[in-house]
Design a protein around this ligand. Structure first.
Ligand code: TRP
Length: 334
């Protein structure tokens, strides 16, 4: 790869993504891959920490591969691969486990939230999740990690583990920096705008999925919960309208102030339709392209194969170094 800094990001293939995922992550990748060596992964092993239906997971892995490509990931310029195809991820996670303490993992907000949500399945993987994520990042000598605000704590742990390992065994890992997309990183539920938009919401009208067609998108925005007065301005007392303004501004690249001016004196009804149309205009071509790619599984398998081969070369260089540093004996080949 070129002499640029490495950027690593991963998304779990655990279901249909929402426009929150798009604005927070996917949208930035196309541009970032010009300035960095982009390494984009499907965190398929991470999804196993919550019980999955195998057939659905398989489908989701192809969906996400196609979606990455439809959002502009260039599989030749960047590396696009499935985490489970490069076994160095789980191998490095094991070594990192030996320098990570249970207390560090038990106080992770996501672990606590997910333990509450999946009380019947609080498994070791759920707790160890951030260590595997640290391995993902550190294997590639990553300098930049674009993440949502909810992953900040996990990135902090990856940095701590890198520093701890370097102190114990000598300089081995680059210490990564996080990149949290500003503004629209937080897209809220359309039904309860004080909660984050989530694809696992039981109320399908609460979120816009990357699979929604334009009619569905507009219908959902029409139903979005708004606030009682009729002013289209952003304010903490008006979470519903603020959320719609944020979404509109992100999808049109207009500032919130400009959007407020544009809709001054107009009613909520017209505004909601305009938001829906702005979102559909961006999402629909991506959805169509994704579906076109999905029809060709052989092509997607090929993309993942090439990606894994390229990822593996970088990953094993780091893993071998780690094994050497901790005192393991190099296996002789041939
Ligand atoms: N935990 C991340 C999420 O759910 C996904 C992820 C796995 C990730 N490994 C990563 C993100 C490495 C950034 C870097 O959003």
């Amino acid at each position: 790869m070129e002499d640029k800094k490495n950027l690593f990001s991963a998304i779990q293939p655990s279901g249909i993504l929402t426009i929150g995922n798009y604005l927070g992550a996917l949208r930035h990748f196309r541009a970032l891959q010009d300035d960095y060596n982009g390494i984009f992964s499907l965190a398929d092993l991470h999804t196993l920490t919550v019980r999955q239906d195998p057939a659905v997971l398989r489908k989701n892995i192809y969906e996400l591969t196609a979606l990455y490509l439809a959002c502009g990931i260039d599989a030749e310029k960047s590396i696009l691969f499935a985490q489970s195809h490069v076994s160095a991820h789980t191998e490095l996670a094991w070594v990192l486990n030996t320098i990570c303490y249970p207390g560090e993992l038990m106080r992770m907000t996501q672990y606590k939230d997910k333990s509450k949500k999946h009380e019947d399945n609080i498994n070791m993987g759920l707790m160890d999740y951030p260590v595997l994520m640290a391995a993902d990042i550190l294997l590639y000598q990553t300098e930049l990690v674009p993440i949502g605000a909810d992953q900040k704590q996990h990135l902090e742990l990856a940095r701590d583990l890198a520093i701890r390992f370097n102190n114990l065994y000598g300089e081995t890992f680059k210490v990564p920096e996080g990149y949290i997309g500003k503004s629209a990183a937080r897209v809220m539920s359309l039904a309860e705008p004080t909660r984050k938009m989530s694809k696992s919401d039981a109320n399908l009208n609460a979120f816009i999925s990357m699979n929604d067609d334009p009619d569905t998108i507009i219908r959902k925005f029409k139903r979005a919960v708004t606030d009682s007065d009729n002013q289209i301005i952003a304010s903490p007392e008006k979470p519903g309208i603020t959320n719609l303004l944020t979404i509109y501004s992100a999808f049109t690249n207009k500032t919130i102030e400009d959007a407020e001016k544009e809709f001054a004196g107009k009613g909520y009804g017209d505004f909601k339709i305009a938001v829906g149309e702005a979102v559909a205009e961006v999402i629909e071509p991506i959805r169509q392209e994704k579906n076109r790619l999905l029809a060709n599984k052989d092509y997607l398998d090929d993309v993942l194969k090439c990606g894994a081969e390229r990822a593996e070369r970088i990953a094993y260089r780091t893993l071998n170094k780690v094994y050497r540093k901790v005192g393991l004996v190099q296996r002789k080949r041939g």
